[in-house]
Design a binder for this molecule. Structure first.
Ligand code: SF4
Ligand code: MG
Length: 333
């Protein structure tokens, strides 16, 4: 029972010169085995910080988890004994970052780095580890894997390096992968290929996948559900198709209108005016109000909770919520 991973009311603070920044402010979401959750938001929305808290790479100042729970198969990763946490995060969960070049060691061959996972965690011999490395490289469809196993990271293209990062994440067959902007540094066509590969492997291994992105366009085809973050909170959550068809939050609506299209190449597309707020001085009421075309007086004083989105007969729509006083107008407008 219960989801693979559940984040409950998570709050993360950073001490900065300007004061305490609430980078994550009461975030809850969950992901099941075999499911892909996209977490969408601009830079600074708290989406990466939430992932770092899940992975336990925030445990040092200036960042700290101020409240909440991170339940992995029901075990709270924030309070479990150190050794158990390390084991779960090292073997059952893996993370993929945007920048493969800085995540891979430049002076070790990719085969060595992939093989190291098996030597360290599975006690494999050098020869076995090398064979597993070749298998993994084939699995992520690196051409001529056996001939390239001794090559160094810089000898691969950006797209191939990102495939190697995926191979590293898959090595121990984790239950959960968190991918933070895994394709952002790549060309559009390569982005699609890498995303498709990730989605395919996720299905094959029946893993939970959390896909963090600022780009709604890249997750449309691969995510099951979306949580949209703004200024440290989730502002909308929905099955991906429903969110695309009819967003219930003005911010999501703006993001959808800003998806780059080929016929608009090079033009300024962003439909949302202004910048995200400073996390040390969040606007009163709804944090989005200074940028929101629908904002009223009420929005400047009263913070909207995540309301369930209701259908025509006033029944909650499964999996849908919006933190907007005017979700109904937004949904039908
Ligand atoms: Fe806009 Fe008001 Fe809704 Fe916030 S609560 S998103 S300011 S309409
Ligand atoms: Mg980020």
């Amino acid at each position: 029972g219960g989801p693979l991973l559940a984040v409950r009311d998570l709050a993360v603070e950073f001490r900065t010169r300007e004061g305490t920044a609430r980078a994550v402010n009461g975030v809850s979401y969950c992901v099941d085995s075999g499911e892909t959750l996209a977490v969408l938001g601009e830079s600074g929305s708290g989406k990466s910080v939430t992932a770092q808290a899940i992975m336990g790479i925030l445990d040092t100042p200036p960042g700290r988890v101020a409240a909440g729970r991170v339940l992995f198969r029901g075990r709270d990763l924030l309070t479990a004994p150190e050794e158990e946490r390390r084991r779960l995060r090292g073997e059952r969960m893996a993370m993929i970052f945007q920048d493969a070049l800085s995540s891979l060691n430049p002076v070790l061959s990719v085969g060595y780095q992939l093989g190291e996972m098996f030597r360290v965690h599975r006690g494999a011999s050098r020869r076995e580890a090398r064979e597993r490395a070749v298998d993994l490289m084939e699995r992520v469809r690196i051409p001529a894997a056996r001939e390239r196993v001794n090559d160094y990271p810089h000898q691969f293209s950006g797209g191939m390096r990102q495939r190697i990062m995926i191979a590293m994440a898959l090595a121990l067959e984790p239950d959960l992968i968190i991918a933070d902007e895994p394709t952002t540094a790549l060309d559009v066509t390569v982005q699609a290929q890498v995303m498709e590969l990730l989605a395919e492997l996720q299905r094959e291994f029946h893993m939970g996948l959390i896909l963090i992105t600022h780009d709604l366009g890249v997750v449309a085809d691969v995510a099951d559900r979306i949580a949209v973050m703004y200024a440290g909170r989730i502002v909308e959550t929905a099955p991906v198709k429903e969110l695309y068809a009819a967003p219930a939050h003005p911010y999501t609506k703006g993001l959808l209108e800003s998806i780059p299209r080929l016929d608009h190449k090079g033009k300024e597309l962003y439909a949302i005016q202004g910048l995200p707020p400073s996390l040390t001085a969040l606007p009163s009421g709804c944090s989005f109000h200074p940028r929101c075309p629908l904002a009223t007086e009420r929005c400047t004083t009263e913070r909207p909770p995540l309301h369930p989105v209701l259908d025509a007969s006033e029944a909650p729509v499964a999996g849908r919520g919006s933190a907007c006083h005017y979700w109904k107008e937004t949904l039908h407008g």
